[in-house]
Design a binder for this molecule. Sequence first.
Ligand SMILES: [Zn+2]
Length: 490
Amino acid sequence: MKNTIATFFLLLFFNVLFAQSNFNFDKTELENHLKYLASDELGGRRTASKGEQLAAGYIARQFQSAGVKPAPGQPDFFQKVPFEIVKPPNGILAVESETFNAGDNLLIINGKPIETATEAVFAGYGWVDEATGVDDYKDLDVRGKIVFTITGKPDSSSPMDVYEAMPEKQRLAAERGALALFEVYRVNIPWTFSKGYFGKERMQLGTVGMDAEPGIVYGWVQESKSGALTGKLIGKNTSVRLKVTASLPENIEALNVVGIIEGTDAVLKNEYVVLSAHYDHIGIGKQGGAAYTPQDSIFNGARDNGMGTVALLAAAKELAAHPPRRSVLLLACTAEEMGMLGSKWYADHPLIPLEKMVFNLNNDGAGYNTTAHVTVIGLGRTNTDAELEQAAKMTSLTLLGDPAPEQNLYERSDNISFAKKGIPAIDFAPGITKMNDEVYKYYHQAADNADSIGYDYLLRFCQAYVRAANLIANKTATPAWVPGDKFEKK
Ligand SMILES: [Zn+2]
């Protein structure tokens, strides 16, 4: 008995060793991938820019030469993702004699041209929830009127909840026939910050997507210092005038790059492991949102997410040459920096039914401050920890978990688009022991360029990622959430 088990493990050991030693990582090739993707020629790979298109073409050519196939029925590796560029609307809102001006104490987030004099209706939080019996619109007639509410939901006004509630609150007001919805700003974030963030030109998914917005004017107003605004509104039919001027959104397109590697197992090949990495970054100069100089104005994004994209290319090459038992879907995402919009689009418009996707191993990071580690955001949340551990070990790297849980990193990359669909998802990233100056020196900075990368580490990082992908795609048990995870499908 003892012997049999020993033999079994010996065989298993050689099996694993053999399967892994087939990989043939070429450091120079990986280095060249990164140097091209992070080159000045690509101009910081901003979503839908010329440089981003060049990167998409480059990724597709690598897929092609690796022997990766387009998704069934697709002519090529590209999935078009429609976007709208929305310019901040202009406008004036007058509540009785008090005036609010866009760009000052008024922020119009969604606008369409309108000029009206009507009544204001105050609707608490403007929230309706059948489960808890909350209905802030009970007994209110808001048809043809302007609704005012307080930011947030009845049970929470954390910044995250405020932002998440925005579309639903607009929908609720629009459904009831309101002309506009304005929320009195009570978020624990400085007004100037929110104004800067929501008041600038922005990109959103095209209206054929899930983000189609209701056709009402929506914005935030700053409370008067005395609190007089809310006082004026509560329980009265206050007179209000609104004038908004807005230009139509501009339509543009960007690309997800999608490829397939068919699995070798007759049964398991119907299950897919999604390997994803965003290849977009934030562009040039002002677009980057951080300091730059005339000498270095390009946000090359070598770490974010050149490294992850190169790891995806390594996976394409190695796994196409040595396919695992499960199939692999390779997804190079656009518009992660715009709010994970490329992966959201993919998850809402999958090229192969999402039911077949059993796991998402995303690859994205903020940089690294250790070359002895790799970081996994979401470690401990799925049944793949052993494979991740083994992959790191085989590469002489040590696995680290989330370096900054308070920053909610898990929900700040493309893995979240799959997690929200109930698919077990984690993010694989270069090693970060903690978020410190060594990380912030490069994170979303013009300094994040190819010259500052350690290429021995890039090689090992790619090896660890490909090995993890391979082990998970060969794993006998289907990847799953740890029971009770917030994204586990009920
Ligand atoms: Zn990133």
